[in-house]
Every structure is written in structure tokens, then in C-alpha cells.
Design a protein around this ligand. Sequence first.
Ligand SMILES: [Fe+2]
Ligand SMILES: [Fe+2]
Length: 378
Amino acid sequence: MLKFNENGKFGMLLFGDLHEKEDYLTSPKFRDMQKLMKAAVDEYKPDLCVLLGDNFDTGLCKRDPALYEQGLRDMLKPALEKNIPVAFIMGNHEHDADCDKEIIEACNRIEGIIIRPDGAGGKADFYEPVYSRDGKKPLACLWFLDSNNLYEDRNLSHYDYVHTDQLEWFKKENGRITEENGGIPLPSYIFQHIPVPEEYELLRKAKIWEYPVSVKGYGTRSNVRYVGAKGTVGYVGEGPCAPDINNGQFDVWQKAGNVKAAFFGHDHLNDFSGYARGIFLAQHKTAGFRAYTDGCRSCVRYVELDENAPGDFYQELKRFKEFGLRSESLGPIFRTITDRQSMALHFCAQALGAAAALTAAAYTVYYLTAGGKTNVKK
Ligand SMILES: [Fe+2]
Ligand SMILES: [Fe+2]
């Protein structure tokens, strides 16, 4: 049972996209991630940690579930050794090896990890009410949802989403919880891997002079460059990789009326957040150093609920270097680079790439037409 602590708070520490791998015991990247996890757990003393998906290579689970289980135990040691429970969300890469059952079983063998296949069709959707200090009354509800893997027709959307039967399960369970609470809905918080398309409402089209600090949209939005809209805070480091098909999950939350915030993983660079039509949406970058990252800007997000202010929450980001940590896996550039420098470099690389492509195209046209003919000697 999750409960508000003796200070009347309930603190959650979020870790995005750790992408750990079998070679973790010898990897300086793993040691850097562990430094961040340990420093964050020590500083925030959370009541719950949340893994936002793409957590650990599931190919290992397929080959050797016992080794995978040990990997999870070692990866989560900073939380588990302090008896802090860890909610485990399935990311798209958790589905890569097609062994959902084995992953859930491995997690369930580890005391402290929370994951249950309670959702429609046995999907790893589950919820946890947060009770008052005395354990008598639920005051909030945390929803952990499985946003699946790739969409079946990649011409329509690269990534999948939370399916309709899962949304029906959410509506049914949310209604039941409200009924059991005397008709009063609980303030609810969503945690899932792949973001909803409404995340783009936190962005706006970049003006041409803003291009060096803008990002290209993803999928069907890739012909537009974006920057954060008014009211959006945090770093927009890549086009959010939401599905191109909108199956109405955000509308379900709006109609439910009690969803206060949703926290997503999946994008490794973005850490922006803001309100879309009254619901707080927060993109969470990787807290690891494995897959594509922006180095020392890897961070954790702390979210705190208040027993005396139902529906209110406090949240903040804290980055690796802000904990005063020193990386052993990153070179000097990645240790020091800022958000703005990173975006400008990325834009320059794209511009140079475009210039090179244009030059090559112009030369080809020249060679195949006039240029080619003038060089022919008879
Ligand atoms: Fe990922
Ligand atoms: Fe992902």
C-alpha cells in the first residue's frame, strides 16, 4: 500500500529510458547512471521510484531470465536497498523480444518492484491508490500504462499507442474507484512511455530566425520546425516521437476530469513540460548514458503530492551535473556542453549536411548536362 509519508507528502522520482544492457558490470556508462540514481535517491528520499520504460535490454530476458532479473536487482540497488518501491512501466523496447510474461515474472520475483498485467487482454496496465498517512482513505491514484511498441502499418504511424480496449479498462476502473470513494474522483497521475500527440500543443512553429534553436517534428510533422510555445518550460531537444494516429487517449483523460498530469519517457533528449487544455504534460529525457543522450544533462524528475492539497503537485528536474557528479564515461565536450550549444551544433550539422547534399546534386546535374559534355574528348 502506498501512503503519504509522515510529512504529509508523497514523493516520486522518475527515471526515463535507462536502456541498460548485459555488459553493465563492466560499463562506465552504467556506473554514471548508478551515481545519478544514488545521488537522487539520497537527496529526495522518495516514497516511490518510477521507471518510465525502455529500462533494460529484454533480449537478455528472452535468453536468460535469471540474468535479466539479476540485472534489474543491480540496476535498482540504490532504491531497493532503501526499501523504496519501484514501479516498472513497459516501454516499446520492453516488447522487442516478445517476452512480456517473462519480464513481468522476473520483476515480480524482486521484492519492491511493482508491475501487474491488470489491463485489458493482460496488458501491463495497473494503478496504485495513494492513501492518507493513517492508511484509511485513498487521496490520489497513480496509473502506469503500457503504450505498446510499433504500429502495425508503419506507413500510417511509426509508433503505437494505448489501444482502445486499454482505454475502456481505464474508464471502467476509474469509474469504479470514484464510486468506491463515495462518488468523489481521485486526482490522478498518468505514467506511460510513448507520449500522446497532444504534446505538440506545448510547441509552436519556429520563426525562420529561430531555426538554429528549433527541432524538426517527427513523422507526419517532420516538415515543420518547432520551439517551445508560451508557457512551456524545459528543453525541446528533438521532435517528440508521438504516434501519428491519435486514438483519443487525451480526450478520455479530459472527459474523466480527474487526470491532473501525465509523465512520459521515450524521447531521450526532451525534458519540456507545460499545460495542454488543463492537463500538465511532462516529457522526460533519459536518466541513463546508454542510448542516444545529451551527456551530463541526463536528469531525473521529482514529483511531490501534498496530502493537504489534493490535486496539487510540485515537480522539478535535476540534472547529473547539478548533483555535483563527475562522469567517467563522457568526453570533455559532453561533460560541459549546454542545451543551447547542443542545439546550435545540431543545426549546423544539419545545415552542413544539406549544403553538402545540394552541392553534390548541383555537381551531378552539371556533369550529366553541360559539364559532362564539355569534358568529352574525341
Ligand atoms: Fe528509449
Ligand atoms: Fe522508447
